[in-house]
Ligand binder design. Sequence first.
Ligand SMILES: C[S@@+](CC[C@H](N)C(=O)[O-])C[C@H]1O[C@@H](n2cnc3c(N)ncnc32)[C@H](O)[C@@H]1O
Length: 279
Amino acid sequence: MPAPVLPLGPDGYPAAGGVERRPAGAAESARANRGWWDAAAPAYLAEHGDDLGEVDFLWCPEGLREDDAHLLGDVAGRRVLEVGCGSAPCARWLRRAGAEVVALDLSAGMLARAAEGNRATGLTVPLLQADAGALPLADGAFDVVCSAFGGLPFVADVEGALAEVARVLRPGGRVVASVNHPFRWPLPDSPDPDDLRVVSSYFDRRPYVETDDAGRAVYVEHHRTVGDWVRAVVGVGLVLDDLVEPEWAPGRTQVWGQWSPARGALVPGTLVLVAHRPS
Ligand SMILES: C[S@@+](CC[C@H](N)C(=O)[O-])C[C@H]1O[C@@H](n2cnc3c(N)ncnc32)[C@H](O)[C@@H]1O
């Protein structure tokens, strides 16, 4: 089924008819998020494009960059898959660092911006439109899989998506993925530290669903607790090496939705999963 064409609000983002917490399956989530990111791409990149850069690897709104974090190790000569690449600045950073990169995303709108970035920088990374839940790639094809808030927070079946990651990694290969920190889920979606109060249950796994006027999902975000993430990674046979909780970078003033310097000084906003496929 084609993704919906969404009306835009005054801020340029898709205008939601309603917001619910209700189940949303794999096909419904993928269809909704494909349409949402297609429609949101211009506004999202107008708002965050300068921070993301054209050739830069930003892991999270806290300002952690791969240049400093070295979570992926030495990527020169490595085959790297980026899942949920958006406009692909991370993939181009990897290419410049000497990796052989494939950049994958669900949204044609985001990939169109990735193609523009390729042309503008002369760093051409292959772009692939696919769902993180079904990677059209060969077993063991990659040394490294990475994802910076791309795909995993949006899929209904995260075990299925991680199993796909494990499948395309060679034995000994590494996966690093940043996702929303589960701690954020019960808090209001506000950058203001005065709004730091629990308004729903951390244990409520029902997805956050924005709907159109007919009640169809137009945006879906899924929640897992910290334990859910650990079980999902370990459950597909990966070895969990670290759970990184980046702290707000000193001097960084950028606000991303509910991520802000004031709030970032107090609570985590991002969880980075670091794991590998056993040899
Ligand atoms: C917040 S952006 C992250 C991309 C990039 N790191 C950035 O910060 O712009 C989320 C990206 O995930 C993509 N995405 C959402 N659901 C996906 C899925 N099921 N499979 C692959 N990509 C997905 C979206 O299209 C979007 O480009």
